[in-house]
Design a protein around this ligand. Sequence first.
Ligand code: HEC
Ligand code: HEC
Length: 346
Amino acid sequence: MLNPPLSKKTLFFAAMMLIVLVASIGYWQHLQTDHNTKINQPQLPTKDPTAPITPLKPIANLDPKVVSLGQQLFFDKRLSKDNSLSCASCHNLQTGGDDNMPKSVGINGQIGALNAPTVFNTAYNIRQFWDGRAKSLEEQAQGPIHNPVEMGSNWQEVISKLTFDKAFIKQYKQSFSLPISAQNLAFALATFERSLVLVDSPFDRWLKGDVNAISGQAKRGYEKFKSYGCIACHQGAAVGGGLFEKIGTLNDYFADRGGNITPADLGRYNLTGEEDQRHEFKVPSLRTASMTAPYFHDGSVWQLREAIAKMGWYQLGIKLTPEDIGDIEVFIQSLAGKIPPLEKTP
Ligand code: HEC
Ligand code: HEC
């Protein structure tokens, strides 16, 4: 027993050092993980006919400086190889956050394989892209920049163009204490997108107790949306975006559509190779559906009424009456919040 007090002290010191080490590794890992994982739950939910629609809430604690930098990047054509396209070229924030075309047109006039979804309310998506291959908005932002038929560029090229721009560097330094990197630019883009939650729709005001916020027809449409079972798939605050389902669960969508089945039609199967996920897509949020024609992953349907009728037939095996369709359409129109005026960026 030589000097027991000293060895106790040493032991205590060693324990403290260990705690500090473990805590900093934890913090470092936290910094490395997707900033979006807290919003996107890792567990994929399943169909739930009783899942209620809840009002959309803005995403809390977004740093306004990073939002503003992200907004600037979103409109910056230097993100594409030939400086011809920005994110906003295909995701028009003045309309529904998409391009209102069946398939998007990338650099050199190339036509993509899928319909562009809206960027509004995407913070509420369980995954990004029709097949859900991106786990977060940060990961998603890599897609269009590198996609040869979209922006056809890469981060190295983008960063070298941006770092030539003194005004950009100045704004960047005001927003971030971190170096210009692919990861930080993607974080800025994603942070801006998280600010694009359209709150305060007539339907949400009604949910919160304003009995006159929506019409009697919209209320009937909501009742039908629930009783026919649309809500089993289009559920939660975003009225969709929460699960993956097959198009054509009860009737064969592709046989009726005619034409070839393209690789893009295979949906989630492309990602997993699981036979039962052939033609599975992320159930789209219906919040902005009244503004984002044409519809479906293939952009094949121009009228919201026709999309509703097709959903009744292919997903639920029912022929909706014109009256049902009209009521549901008015309900869907009540789901869209106001598009906020964009902040002025330098
Ligand atoms: C050439 C048109 C085009 C450009 C440019 C473009 N997108 Fe897209 N975007 C699309 C298409 C098409 C999809 C669907 C692709 C898929 O699911 O595989 C998509 C999907 C998305 C999604 C997923 C939405 C969802 O519901 O799954 C987000 C978010 C998004 N884009 C953001 C961006 C950002 C940020 C940029 C700029 C870095 C950008 N887009 C540039 C066409 C475009
Ligand atoms: C079994 C799940 C399921 C049910 C039930 C369902 N849907 Fe869908 N809905 C989907 C999927 C999956 C898609 C995307 C399909 C695609 O693009 O290929 C979709 C797409 C849509 C779209 C197009 C959105 C867009 O942006 O392209 C609308 C509108 C729609 N559904 C409305 C309804 C209505 C109204 C009902 C009830 C009559 C309903 N859905 C029932 C799964 C479902």
